[in-house]
Design a protein. Structure first.
Length: 100
């Protein structure tokens, strides 16, 4: 079975931000996903460097991606460059959060 970038994004999209209760893909917290055979690289961020839920989000991303059949290693990195801001949130999510 070939693992696709889309399949990885779909699984990551099942992870909700614990405070906002919106999935982290729609919040724009996932900067990059690479699939190399069975190995996955994910570059993500948090809403702030002091986010108290970083470890929870890390754990949930790994748990969801591991459910994809055939996944090998998961290299998950968090960055704050560039820092997250509301421009990364999709329009439907902004409306859901009352930001438009």
């Amino acid at each position: 079975m070939v693992i696709t970038k889309e399949a990885v994004f779909k699984k990551i999209g099942e992870v909700l931000d614990p405070e906002l209760h919106v999935n982290i893909v729609d919040l724009g917290l996932i900067y990059e996903v690479k699939v190399e055979g069975k190995n996955i690289f994910i570059l993500a961020t948090l809403t702030s460097p002091t986010c108290p839920f970083g470890l929870v989000i890390d754990k949930k991303i790994r748990e969801k991606v591991k459910k994809i059949r055939g996944v090998g290693s998961i290299d998950l990195k968090f960055t704050f460059d560039p820092p997250w801001d509301l421009s990364r949130v999709n329009e439907d999510t902004k409306a859901q959060l009352g930001l438009v």
